[in-house]
Write a protein that binds this ligand. Structure first.
Ligand SMILES: *Cc1c(COP(=O)(O)O)cnc(C)c1O
Length: 385
């Protein structure tokens, strides 16, 4: 029986063969496992190599992403590091230009210390073909991108990757397997910062990797076990608990995000709004950079904080937070301005969220920072750079 994702998520860890009938995955804390004799193992030897609680999580994400095998890591960054350990010095990787700042920082470090080579692809303005070199080994993308929310056609890119013998690696943090399953469309590896939507409660740090085939699984298993940035049993359990409600949460995130998008596009003080029509992330430019700070301090429900995907609504200022490691000139060259705010829409009642934005915009007018509706005649305020 092929089950729907909602069912798979909820039933994670409810194992009918569990000896005591536990519905909830037990947390196995034992580091070593007893062997009956030489060469006799019940499948577990040592906690870094394998752990029953972590296994439940790894099988679950592999099934959800329709991949071959899952790997649970201590953070999203360690998941990316695990995957990049497949490469050696002088290998060349093409990554999307609009990228999570932490990934950009890691790539800079790989390039300085390990001589991996990177090219950054501005997918809106240039073809990827001229960037492909004889030593190119992989394409690394986020879709939608962070924070400008640009989508990339995974199927088309998978075709290019296949023709050129490249691995296609997709960071699927923003959409989760509920909205998009890159491996089904030809990607080789999927990465998640499970700290975000999969965990969903702003209470956990975790990363996941899913490999598309047996050969990659074997290599990744070796590195995962050798380097050891694995997820501990407690956190594996916490992540499983979070994932059970992913479908419900994602539905609400998306419904709220659509309404917030509709609200923002008609608001005169928001000049550009980015929302791909799916998921719970919306970003927008406020008309004047000097309004960013008073706007953030006027918000009462949205928390000014640096993460996403949790039940609580957060607002981030990429220029000084998530993307602070990207030089200002570089950021501006691809449209990430210092007027951009990124919203992770939570699952609160959307009316309250919109009222919160509304009162914060109104506060700008009350404090005479922004022109009042009367002065500007109700029209869009021209952006000030
Ligand atoms: C947060 C994030 C990461 C890094 O994950 P951590 O769990 O914070 O280590 C990687 N990619 C994207 C898209 C992210 O949002």
């Amino acid at each position: 029986m092929s089950l729907k994702r909602e069912t798979l998520l909820v039933q994670t860890g409810n194992d009918r063969k569990e000896p005591l009938g536990a519905i909830n995955t037990p947390i196995y804390l034992s580091a070593p496992y007893r062997h009956q004799n030489i060469g006799l193992s019940n499948g577990y030897d040592y906690i870094r190599t394998g752990n029953p609680t972590r296994d439940v999580l790894e099988r679950s994400i592999a099934e959800l992403e329709k991949g071959n095998r899952g790997f649970a890591c201590s953070s999203g960054m360690s998941a990316i590091q695990l995957v990049f350990s497949l490469f050696t010095s002088e290998d060349h990787i093409i990554a999307v230009r609009d990228l999570y700042g932490g990934s950009y920082r890691m790539f800079e470090w790989f390039s300085t210390n390990y001589h991996l080579q990177f090219s950054f692809w501005n997918q809106e303005h240039e073809s990827i073909h001229p960037l492909i070199q004889s030593n190119t080994k992989a394409l690394f993308i986020e879709t939608p991108t962070n924070p400008l929310m640009k989508e990339t056609d995974i199927r088309a890119l998978a075709e290019i990757a296949k023709v050129n013998g490249l691995l296609l690696i997709v960071d699927n943090t923003f959409y989760t397997p509920l909205i998009q399953r890159p491996i089904e469309w030809g990607a080789d590896i999927v990465i998640h910062s499970a700290t975000k939507y999969l965990g969903g409660h702003n209470d956990l740090l975790a990363g996941l990797v899913v490999s598309g085939d047996e050969e990659l699984s074997t290599k990744l298993f070796e590195i995962h076990n050798t380097c050891g940035a694995v997820l501990g049993p407690f956190d594996s359990w916490l992540l499983i608990r979070g994932m059970k409600t992913l479908a419900l949460r994602m539905g609400q995130h998306e419904e709220n995000a659509r309404k917030i998008h509709s609200y923002l596009i008609q608001h005169p003080l928001a000049t550009t709004v980015h929302y791909p029509g799916k998921g719970g992330m919306v970003s927008f430019e406020i008309a004047n950079e000097s309004w960013v700070s008073p706007f953030l301090s006027a918000l009462k429900i949205f928390t000014f904080a640096e993460s996403l995907g949790g039940v609580e609504s957060l607002i981030t200022y990429p220029a000084t937070q998530t993307h602070d490691d990207i030089p200002e000139e570089t950021r501006k060259s691809y449209g990430l301005s210092s007027r951009l705010l990124r919203i992770s829409v939570g699952i609160e009642h959307v009316d309250d969220l919109i009222s919160d934005l509304e009162q914060a915009f109104n506060q700008l007018e009350k404090d005479r920072l922004a022109p009042s509706t009367k002065e500007r005649g109700g029209g869009q305020v021209e952006s000030v750079r």
